[in-house]
Ligand binder design. Structure first.
Ligand code: ADP
Length: 332
């Protein structure tokens, strides 16, 4: 009997292969849903290796793409340093690119924000030249042996994201599309985390640093999986909603998935987001519950207490964590 149990027939092998294929398909879907590279990779290229912009930035090749933009690796022939070029087709709404460069200029030199180096216009699109960053946390998580970021790495990484987010909010800007694929490690120092893609940003403080009045009937912003219930309800978003996306991002990176990862319909995702709050959402990372409750207590007008958020994240670190410990992706 035992022998039979172990026997592998060619049918079994076929089944195995099918299963593998299914798994691959699921993975691919996951990647696509995440909105990252897949999209732009198939589209017409706006730049080509060898193109030189501003008599200095020499294009090497495509490295990524999102909903609208294509991201290219380039070499600055003057400084001999690598950089990234984000280019959007001339046909797309120029306001997005203008807002993104405005945010990058205001946040220039701030920790965790890729430095903007230049802006310009090529025949096929408007572009921003910026500091090159490394891989994003969505890809890095998937490449770890159990597809989860360990508690020894996760909260140190997310604390950096929280600090950068607080700087953006402090300068009056919301991110509105925070998710694992928008958090990247440094190109050289992979223990530094950068927040990228301010393409959906909104200035939420007015000139007097007051929270602007919420508008009614606004368009939906963000990525289905990570957006807050307010975003689903098409409400105008505040700093609290960036923090909800921050929390969902942290849960996904630590758990390996969110309760609605495999859910397609927005209505079903909403139901799951309503059902999974606080302890239930943090069931696998109970130390995050206090942070979840704090974020849940905020509304559109709240000015979040970032110091409280930082210390709640620090409390999630294992007690025996050493400051110089490697990050997961430095080990595997
Ligand atoms: P979109 O606004 O179209 O979503 P993103 O700015 O999110 O585009 O960029 C898409 C992907 O390109 C990111 O997930 C990241 O992997 C890569 N990328 C973006 N900016 C940089 C950068 N400065 N350096 C290296 N890679 C980048």
């Amino acid at each position: 009997k035992e022998k039979e149990g172990k026997k592998v027939t060619s049918k079994d092998k076929e089944k195995e292969k099918e299963k593998e294929k299914e798994k691959e398909k699921e993975k691919e879907k996951d990647r696509k849903r995440d909105g990252a590279v897949a999209g732009a990779m198939g589209k017409q290229r706006m730049l080509h290796p060898g193109n030189v912009l501003m008599e200095r930035y020499e294009v090497q090749g495509l490295i990524g793409g999102g909903g609208f933009a294509q991201i290219y690796l380039a070499v600055d022939n003057t400084s001999k340093q690598n950089c990234a070029i984000k280019i959007e087709p001339t046909s797309s709404d120029i306001r997005r690119m203008k807002l993104e460069s405005a945010v990058l200029l205001v946040l220039r030199g701030k920790t965790g924000v890729p430095e903007i180096k230049a802006m310009g216009k090529a025949p096929l699109g408007h572009y921003i030249v910026m500091q090159l960053v490394g891989r994003n946390l969505s890809d890095l998580r998937r490449q770890l042996p159990n597809k989860k970021i360990s508690s020894r790495t996760l909260y140190r990484a997310m604390l950096q994201v929280a600090r950068t987010l607080s700087l953006a909010h402090g300068a009056g800007f919301l991110h509105r599309d925070l998710k694992p694929s928008n958090c990247c490690v440094g190109f050289v120092d992979v223990t530094r985390i950068y927040l990228i893609d301010f393409g959906l940003t909104r200035q939420y403080l007015d000139k007097g640093d007051m929270v602007r009045k919420p508008r009614v009937g606004v368009g939906m912003r963000g990525t289905l999986r990570y957006m807050s219930l307010d975003a689903h309800a098409r409400k105008d978003l505040g700093a609290n909603n960036d923090l909800v996306a921050f929390l969902y991002t942290t849960i996904e990176l630590g758990d390996g998935s969110l309760p609605w990862t495999r859910t397609r319909s927005a209505d079903d995702i909403i139901k799951l987001k309503q059902a999974y709050v606080n302890e239930k959402l943090c069931a696998k990372q109970p130390k995050l519950t206090k942070l979840a409750e704090y974020i849940e207590s905020l509304n559109y007008y709240s000015i979040p207490d970032y110091d409280k958020i930082f210390s709640l994240l620090e409390e999630c670190n294992p007690t025996d964590l050493r400051e110089d410990e490697c990050y997961d992706w430095q080990k595997h």
